[in-house]
Ligand binder design. Structure first.
Ligand SMILES: Nc1ncnc2c1ncn2[C@@H]1O[C@H](COP(=O)(O)OP(=O)(O)O)[C@@H](O)[C@H]1O
Ligand SMILES: [Mg+2]
Length: 355
């Protein structure tokens, strides 16, 4: 395998607030291979966006990257000279966001905005850049691209705006595109179209994609590998198949049960995960998930579990991996357990409270 396109090592991000230091991201490490689509999932507030923004050098005040390395094509972005980094970000790494309207300039025509990164980074002449912008709009399947290029963002539908954002991201043919909740603001049909578009673009251009979403159903059809984050840390990592078929971390497992699956036609009863993510100023000792975990055992209260190999290409940070839970309790028992129900693998599993 060729060296990774992106290597994130022991990334730490803190927010220095009046109430204290928020440990937003703590010890996150992962690789992204060339041409790969990697998903980052987790509930709101678990550090997905900050991880992404740190790659772009855009962590907002009062936040700061306080440790770690972000190597892109072998070079550490965090220790590079500012103008060097500027050249990479926005050119070889692009990012798109949940709400295109807030990232597009309302008073500039769409075509010009798509052309803008080319003007900024390639010093292309304006006419050629605009022509290329129309091509890009076509590439992201904007119908009547030439006309749409003359529209202002507010004249476009939500889906078309997101397509325009993606076109803008692709303007300089980046090696990597970070998409932070790119479909969250869109209705289901348009969501599927945008995901389809990302898949096609990845195939056509070999642009690697980091797809960030709180919705596991979104990663299922698109990503090859997934990282699951909880409270600023990676709790599990593996292929989409392994994560969906044999999740090893209780959080992944509970998360899977709390999202509707796109491939199920009949609606099922969804259970949300009981409790809330912790306060990151004073996260719980031991495993950060232990207060919500139905399987916790003694060390979970005091010892942070390391992220370790639990199968080929699969890592989990859990003292009681799901495999052991399966072995000790049997799959049938396990499936009957609901969040907050159990006293841990060493005790009997009680029926949960209802209502
Ligand atoms: N402006 C801020 N001030 C203080 N803490 C913040 C701020 N923005 C984010 N955080 C902290 O960073 C954590 C991670 O945020 P974020 O990466 O946006 O989560 P996600 O994208 O997974 O929803 C939040 O839970 C919060 O504790
Ligand atoms: Mg976010």
């Amino acid at each position: 395998m060729s060296p990774p396109l992106l290597e994130v090592r022991d990334l730490r991000i803190r927010f220095f607030t009046e109430d204290g230091e928020v440990r937003a991201v703590e010890g996150v490490s992962f690789d992204l291979q060339e041409g790969e689509i990697l998903g980052i999932v987790g509930e709101s507030g678990c550090g997905k966006s900050m991880t992404a923004l740190s790659i772009m050098g855009l962590v907002p005040e009062p936040g700061r990257v306080t440790g770690g390395e972000i190597r892109f094509k072998g070079r550490d972005l965090l220790s590079m000279a500012p103008d060097e980094v500027r050249d990479i970000r926005g050119k070889d790494i692009a990012m798109i966001f949940q709400d295109p309207l807030s990232s597009l300039n309302p008073v500039l025509k769409t075509g010009f905005q798509v052309a803008e990164p080319m003007l900024a980074h390639q010093r292309a002449d304006k006419r050629r850049a605009l022509a290329r912008a129309v091509d890009l709009l076509r590439q992201v399947r904007v119908p009547a691209a030439e006309q749409r290029a003359r529209d202002y963002p507010f004249q476009l539908s939500g889906g078309m705006r997101q397509r325009a954002m993606i076109a803008m991201g692709l303007a300089n043919a980046p090696s990597m595109l970070i998409a932070d909740e790119p479909t969250t603001a869109l209705d289901v049909t348009v969501q599927a179209q945008i995901l389809d578009l990302l898949r096609t673009l990845n195939r056509e251009t070999r642009t690697a994609i980091v797809l960030i979403t709180h919705n596991l159903a979104v990663v299922a059809g698109l990503c090859s590998r997934v990282i699951v984050m909880y409270a600023g840390q990676i709790v599990e990592e593996g292929s989409v198949f392994d994560l969906f078929e044999r999740p090893q971390h209780p959080y992944t497992w509970l998360l899977l049960r709390s999202v509707p699956r796109l491939d199920r036609t009949r609606p099922e009863r969804l259970r949300s995960i009981e409790g809330l993510p912790p306060d990151l100023i004073a996260p719980p000792p031991g495993c950060r998930f232990h207060p919500r975990c139905p399987f916790r055992i003694e060390p979970c209260f005091t010892e942070p579990p390391p992220l370790q190999e639990v199968g080929p290409g699969q890592r989990a940070a859990c003292w009681v991996t799901m495999r052991r839970a399966h072995e000790e309790m049997g799959a049938a028992t396990l499936l009957d357990v609901r969040p907050g129900a159990g006293s841990g693998v060493h005790g009997p599993i009680r029926e949960p409270h209802r209502g």
